[in-house]
Design a protein around this ligand. Structure first.
Ligand SMILES: *Cc1c(COP(=O)(O)O)cnc(C)c1O
Length: 445
């Protein structure tokens, strides 16, 4: 469920007409719904009743300061993966003490930053990392709270680039070596064992792999509780969202119409399956969802530059490109593309939807049926809230897209479109390239 819908013929986010946003702030622009984020957060929390749950929003999915503040206001901590993300939490006024620091290659400086700010725990992925955290904590005269990431070797049935819980990828420590890793940690005197963690992958649309992983790791959680008095079990994130019928899935009726065996995963199903397995463990449960929290809460607004009608093919060229939204190019992912002004009297069109970047990979959709839209009209890429703006780049010297947050009938620019001057601010031409010093002669005229 989300808050993007047509009112009359015009696509709205909550009560805001998206055409008004584009008019004021231009395109390409990401637009987020605060109400959808609130809903996602509350549904997740509500469906794990009776458990001591801390949601640590995986901020790498969308780390705009306004989004972080919104989740922080709702009671979230954060799952962060870099010193930069930690500084974002501080800048947004978020709670580092309810946040965890993940990632396979934390630097000494990042570990120090985490400790200085009272991070709830480091999620550790290897034995050398334990030694490094112990070393930094020793220098600072503190004890570093840690949890070790277990790789439960479960197939998450998701895209190869986003599966993380199989034994053949770089994440975590296999269950059979995990007790030895905890024993090693317990011998390091500047560490404090606080919990245990796992995360099996992203965009999971069935509950089965989550259940399998929790069942596999649960006996170990019990052992750790007895041996080291651990206080929490983080079951990671990874709950998937609807990409294909993104717009329709904003309505409860769409969910009701899905056959039971085809219905995508919901927090209700997730909670019902997992709560009974987690409750007997008697520890705090951390959740690290990213995509589920923000994915359907954002769209990317773009304007049509041209409709190029070819012999066998039409190309809809828009002003957003792979640098703004890289998921289709990187993961072959599908984003529903809808007109901001819907007009049923228009013809249907089949087109490749592409950006202006000089690469064939700059393609959002192939042979996509669309409403006929012409130059200057607006389209929205649905389900673009997660791994959208955060993965944007400046490729082709295109500035980073703007971000807008909607709340009811109010909306505000929460990240200005990057200017050319900002893009080149760190660059310089060294003195040895000046025409006088370089020995290069100006071409004769
Ligand atoms: C990326 C990541 C998450 C969030 O994944 P989503 O699929 O966005 O929910 C959670 N935990 C860890 C350790 C991650 O790396």
């Amino acid at each position: 469920m989300h808050h993007f819908h047509y009112t009359g013929q015009d696509l709205h986010c909550e009560s805001v007409d998206l055409a008004a946003v584009a008019k004021l702030y231009g395109t390409p622009t990401y637009v987020y719904s605060a109400a959808t984020m609130t809903d996602n957060f509350s549904r997740l929390q509500r469906n794990l009743p009776g458990l001591d749950v801390q949601i640590c929003y995986a901020m790498k999915a969308c780390s705009n300061l306004a989004v972080l503040r919104h989740f922080s206001n709702l009671g979230a901590g954060f799952d962060l993966v870099s010193g930069g993300e930690l500084r974002r939490v501080l800048a947004a006024g978020g709670n580092v003490r309810a946040s965890v620091f993940a990632g396979v290659g934390k630097t000494e400086a990042e570990i120090r930053l985490g400790l200085e700010n009272g991070i709830y725990a480091f999620h550790v992925e290897s034995e050398p990392e334990l030694a490094r955290i112990n070393h930094v904590a020793g220098q600072m005269g503190v004890r570093a709270p840690i949890a070790i990431r277990i790789n439960p070797d479960v197939d998450a049935h998701t895209h190869a680039k986003i599966t993380t819980g199989k034994s053949d990828n770089k994440f975590g420590i296999p269950l059979k070596n995990a007790m030895a890793a905890y024993e090693a940690a317990s011998k390091l005197k500047n560490l404090r064992i606080r919990g245990v963690q796992m995360h099996i992958g992203s965009q999971l649309t069935e509950v089965g792999p989550f259940v399998e992983a929790v069942k596999k790791v649960s006996p170990f959680v019990t052992e750790l509780k007895a041996a080291y008095g651990i206080e929490y079990f983080s079951i990671g994130g990874g709950m998937g969202i609807v990409y294909r019928d993104a717009l329709a899935s904003g309505q409860a009726a769409w969910w009701d119409a899905q056959p039971a065996d085809k219905r995508p995963l919901t927090p209700e199903v997730y909670g019902a399956a997992l709560a009974p397995l987690l409750a007997p463990l008697g520890v705090k449960i951390l959740l690290e969802h990213g995509r589920f929290m923000v994915g359907n809460a954002g769209v990317l607004l773009a304007r049509v530059e041209h409709l190029k009608r070819g012999a066998g093919k039409n190309f809809l060229i828009v002003d957003a490109a792979m640098n703004d939204l890289v998921r289709p190019a990187m993961y072959d992912s599908y984003h529903e593309i809808v007109p901001v002004h819907r007009d049923s009297s228009r013809r249907a069109l089949v087109a490749d939807v592409v950006g202006p970047i000089c690469e064939s990979g700059d393609c959002f959709a192939k042979d996509r049926p669309l409403q006929d839209v012409g130059e200057g009209e607006l389209v929205a890429f649905m389900s673009a809230g997660a791994y959208g703006h955060v993965m944007a780049s400046r490729y082709n010297t295109r500035g980073m897209p703007a971000e807008v947050l909607v709340n009811g009938s109010a909306f505000e620019l929460v990240n200005a479109r990057e200017t050319f001057e900002q893009m080149i601010a760190g660059e310089k031409i060294p003195a040895f390239l000046s025409i006088a010093d370089s020995g290069v002669r100006k071409p004769d005229r």
